[in-house]
Ligand binder design. Sequence first.
Ligand code: F6P
Length: 377
Amino acid sequence: MRESRIGVLTSGGDCAGINPAVKWVVKTALDERLQREGRGQYDVLGIKDGWKGLIEVQPEEPSVQDYIVPLSQEIVRTWDRYGGSMLGTSRTNPYDPKNDQSKRVLANIEKLRLDALVVIGGDDTLGVAHRLEKEGVNVVGIPKTIDKDLPETDYTLGFESAVNIITEEIDRLRTTAGSHKRIFVVETMGRHTGWLALKGGESSGAYIILIPEHDFSPDKVNELVVEARRGGARYDIIVVAEGAKPSGAVEFIRQEGVDSFGHKFLGGVAESLAREIQEATKLETRSINLSHLQRGGAPCAYDRRMGRYFGIAAMDLVTTGCFGNMVCVRNGKITTCPLTNIVGRLKFVDVDTQYDVERYNGQRTILRTLEVKHVSG
Ligand code: F6P
């Protein structure tokens, strides 16, 4: 029996948690028990630099190794400890309407004799995987993005590590903010959703949290800041998502134009808000954009475990021939969903149940009336 060949790639923004997933795809695929159990025999090729690798690779040339690396258990042994992507990544879109290179991808998948592709990515990357599947490629998806904005799954790799970083950095800001009696406005990533800001803000005990799902009033922010100072606060931390905006305004952008997936380059809201707060309240205010720090460093324990479970589950899909699906987690259980369910959709913070619109902060009741009644009989 010929070995089946799996390609694994990571595309889109990097994050902590990708490498553990790759490690466990490889370890599961190369586990010799699979063959004994009649679940197939596999070899795994790592594809470097995401979709760019599958466009640029020249399978018949010696330069093939620029983009293709055969993966063994020994190579990936320590990968779960490291952040970023050992395989490299890119934001290349093979279906970019201005430069469609999808035919090259399909031809290279053929030339590399890939029987299946395990794709680790967010909405853009998995959207490409879905289109390739429609063209006959056997794909399986693993969700990763610090934004945690994919539908159908309660978790995407990288999120918890990023929340830990936000929490640690805000802990650092607190000491300097307190010494100088300053307000700090901290900008997080997250694109059009507020998960990072909300969970990072909750974890770090931020006084105000601003998210894209609920436009804020700058006057109200100022009132809250003054109120806290009157109440004796020496300093305050305000966490603002890069996609948050004042009512009636548009998102702040750090650069004109859009990337090959059509995304604007968001950024700058913290700086602008800090200026406004200082002007209105006369309280000394500074801003900081945590930017790519949120994607850096080693994966936290949770991302190492989730990477492991997602990697193993992705191979379960491959060995059972359940292609066109993404592994996911719902209510604590690892499960799957069709890729088609996630394409073109984002998962937003539910403002009604997860956000306090009066205090611009996390939810103020956890157990809803009905549940409390149920518990008390
Ligand atoms: O999607 C992940 C993300 O980190 C977003 O939160 C952010 O807006 C974007 O990527 C930044 O992209 P880049 O690394 O290309 O600047």
